[in-house]
Design a protein around this ligand. Structure first.
Ligand SMILES: C[S@@+](CC[C@H](N)C(=O)[O-])C[C@H]1O[C@@H](n2cnc3c(N)ncnc32)[C@H](O)[C@@H]1O
Length: 307
């Protein structure tokens, strides 16, 4: 059951007939079921229709597509996804929320709620079971902040067949994910995310649009999965170890950080390797592009410094 309203960019956004995401309705549901929030599970429920519109629009859903939601809470976003996608699967860790979700989503077709911890589930198997009939799947979620990075890295490293990941996360983390080389926000998280995806900050979100209000502001980020990684590396694990090592001590030069990684005895050869790749050894890790990290990793492997 849904109706349509005009979204921010003029496209129709499907809404649910009784929206959960209002202060009044959210408070009613919480009171009806005697629900108490668990801070340790990152439970901050969204109560703003415009933010929901932005999230759902960014996900580019239609009835041929699937949506995987992580942490549905009391179903504010889930009911919107159900109105827009052909198949919705939501994973919720808190068993107290399962009967609430069952009631709130009672009329929603093609929507499945799974009780579990997303970090422990076999997502490849879940995809095969849940999304066999759809042409593309996106993750759409208001993530629990205490596990944002582990969840996103699990989704990316398992190379799930995803189109987009549209998630609400802590604003600072979103800025770091989308950061370009040259600033203090750019680090190994930026490189890891940009290796797999093209990031775009959709909107920033004040802490006032949640019950209860978190201490930090948030942002919605859209990560569009690349067909193939941004750079060509023979050994991904080695590439990411080079990146980690380059940022190990941010105030140190590249050659100093990487000497700690390859061993003191190779310092001179390392300097030559960097120069051969047209990378000044006294630059800092935060100035290097993904392609430059890839060149270093490739050359180290060619030199037999892989392990
Ligand atoms: C920020 S709330 C979002 C709730 C709802 N989607 C909304 O926007 O109002 C995060 C939700 O994630 C759930 N959660 C926390 N850790 C989880 C995990 N490891 N796996 C699945 N769900 C989790 C919490 O119980 C909570 O419902």
């Amino acid at each position: 059951m849904s109706s349509q309203e005009q979204g921010k960019q003029g496209t129709a956004v499907r809404t649910a007939s009784v929206e959960v995401a209002t202060p009044k309705r959210t408070k009613e549901i919480i009171a009806k079921y005697g629900f108490s929030f668990k801070k340790s599970l990152g439970q901050n429920f969204l109560i703003d229709q415009n933010i929901l519109n932005n999230i759902v629009q960014a996900a580019e859903l239609d009835e041929t597509k699937g949506a995987l939601e992580i942490g549905p809470g009391i179903g504010a976003l889930t009911q919107r996804l159900a109105a827009s996608a052909g198949k919705v699967t939501a994973i919720e860790i808190d068993n107290r929320l399962i009967p609430i979700l069952r009631d709130v989503l009672a009329d929603e077709q093609h929507t499945t709620v799974i009780h579990g911890d997303v970090l422990k589930l076999d997502l490849k198997q879940l995809f095969a079971e849940q999304f066999g009939d759809v042409t593309g799947v996106s993750v759409v979620a208001n993530l629990p902040y205490y596990v944002t990075t582990p969840i996103l890295m699990k989704l990316l490293e398992e190379k799930l067949p995803l189109e987009h990941i549209v998630v609400m996360i802590q604003k600072e983390v979103a800025v770091r994910m989308a950061a370009k080389p040259g600033g203090k926000e750019y680090g190994s998280l930026s490189v890891a995310v940009q290796y797999y995806c093209v990031p775009q900050v959709v909107c920033t979100v004040p802490h006032t649009v949640f019950i209860p209000q978190p201490n930090v502001d948030s942002a919605v980020i859209k990560l569009s999965l690349r067909d193939k990684p941004a750079v060509d590396v023979p050994d991904e694990e080695h590439f990411f170890r080079v990146v980690q090592a380059s940022f190990a001590q941010r105030r140190k030069t590249l050659v100093n950080n990487l000497t700690a990684f390859v061993g003191k005895e190779r310092r001179e050869a390392l300097t030559e390797l960097l120069l051969r790749n047209e990378i000044d050894p006294v630059r800092r890790g935060e100035t290097l592009s993904l392609e430059e990290f890839a060149r270093i990793s490739r050359s180290m492997l060619e030199a037999g410094w892989g392990s």
